[in-house]
Design a protein around this ligand. Structure first.
Ligand SMILES: NC(=O)c1ccc[n+]([C@@H]2O[C@H](COP(=O)([O-])OP(=O)(O)OC[C@H]3O[C@@H](n4cnc5c(N)ncnc54)[C@H](O)[C@@H]3O)[C@@H](O)[C@H]2O)c1
Length: 358
């Protein structure tokens, strides 16, 4: 079983009603564009985009898909959106997604990431049209042993910081809803997806490595890094998204067999430290300098974090397509072209097509 061909994705998603929570965010906006390219009918549900240059705005997604501005803490509003739209597939991505913010505002992080997941599952629990649920959690849902080996789906969940703990808790919520309510229906597949650190064009979040680099390079200031030796499963945004799409296709094929949790990460040879990634960005940009500034009092963040993706490969037939060098090249090229005035819709479309043809 190899990666799904584009014609298979088109066949499956063409005309399907797909609900995407978090469509105004970095990953959600790319996913909605991709689904739109595949011919799906998409409804997004999320807080409004924050900045004028958010990918959602630059793409003009509001005119390409249906979108409801809403808070997933508002169960009645989520329910109304589900009841009106009658989705066949749900991708739940809406979350407070930044570790540092979770230290500043743990309550909102838990409310959104755990309570919000409960609300979304509660809203779709009685939805007769729904056939597949893909819930996006994180590689940070594992209890971190700071060991060299990749985490497997059967490893212990945990989380030192509120964000990681909220994602571990969201995993438990999804498993409980699957076991208690959806499994008995047998015609609805429920899975969770645990992906690594994602990079790519269109992300402007604070405290994320690529947006921080691009802001510094644009302003001709040195790039400041806190933890140069930390490793993360860096991958291009299209990698986990292709995993989520594959997962949905498999759940539609067999909702019982493919239910469960899946890791989506880079190949072992593509694991890089923060410093490696930033060096790569500077090289691809063509200029720039780096200032390593350890923060002794910084809140705790995991140092070593790798994923074992054997299950996604063996069971779903999914594997990573772009190595670390291509990931960095594609990412920096996106920002350079965007900052040079290139229309973002054609730029992002082109990357999706290049990825699908790879
Ligand atoms: N970016 C990464 O490296 C990464 C890695 C692993 C997992 N994830 C997960 O992937 C998902 C998407 O991440 P992202 O990078 O696109 O994040 P993002 O911050 O760019 O987007 C988050 C989205 O969630 C929405 N949202 C937040 N709070 C909400 C609320 N109360 N009600 C409704 N919508 C709300 C935002 O409006 C936005 O659309 C998240 O679940 C995140 O935890 C991201």
């Amino acid at each position: 079983m190899g990666n799904l061909e584009v014609n298979v994705l088109r066949q499956v998603f063409k005309g399907k009603k797909v609900l995407v929570t978090g469509d105004t965010g970095f990953k959600g906006s790319w996913l909605c564009l991709w689904l739109h390219e595949l011919g799906a009918e998409v409804l997004g549900f999320a807080l409004p985009p924050v900045n004028s240059d958010d990918h959602f705005n630059l793409l003009g997604l509001r005119s390409m898909i249906r979108h409801v501005d809403g808070d997933i803490s508002d169960l009645a509003k989520v329910r109304r959106a589900v009841d009106d739209f009658k989705p066949e597939i749900l991708f739940h991505l809406a979350a407070q997604a930044i570790v540092r913010v979770s230290y500043q505002d743990p309550k909102t992080t838990f409310d959104t990431n755990v309570g919000g997941t409960v609300n979304v599952l509660e809203a779709v629990r009685h939805c007769g049209s729904l056939k597949a649920i893909v819930d996006i959690t994180s590689d940070k849902c594992y209890f971190n042993n700071e060991w060299l080996w990749g985490y497997r789906e059967s490893d212990t969940l945990g989380g030192h910081d509120p964000y990681s703990a909220s994602k571990a808790a969201a995993e438990l919520v999804v498993a409980a809803y699957r076991d208690s309510f959806f499994q008995a229906r047998r015609n609805i597949g429920v899975a969770s997806a645990r992906a690594g650190n994602v990079i790519g064009g269109g992300d402007w979040a604070k405290d994320r490595i690529i947006p921080d680099c691009i802001r510094s390079l644009k302003g001709q200031a040195p790039i400041v890094i806190r933890n140069p030796q930390s490793t993360r499963p860096w991958q291009h945004v299209l990698e986990p998204l292709s995993g989520y799409l594959t997962l949905a296709v498999r759940l539609l094929e067999d909702p019982v067999k493919f239910a469960g949790a899946y890791n989506f990460g880079p190949a072992a040879g593509s694991i890089r430290t923060v410093k490696d990634v930033v060096d790569g960005v500077v090289a691809a940009w063509g200029s720039g300098s780096i200032n390593v500034c350890p923060e002794p009092n910084a809140p705790h963040e995991a140092g070593l974090l790798h994923l074992n993706c054997d299950k996604a490969y063996q069971v779903l037939g999914w594997s990573s397509r772009w190595d670390a060098d291509q990931t960095i090249r594609e990412t920096v090229a996106w920002y350079k072209e965007m900052l040079n005035g290139r229309a973002v819709l054609s730029l992002s479309r082109e990357q999706i097509n290049r990825y699908m043809g790879a």
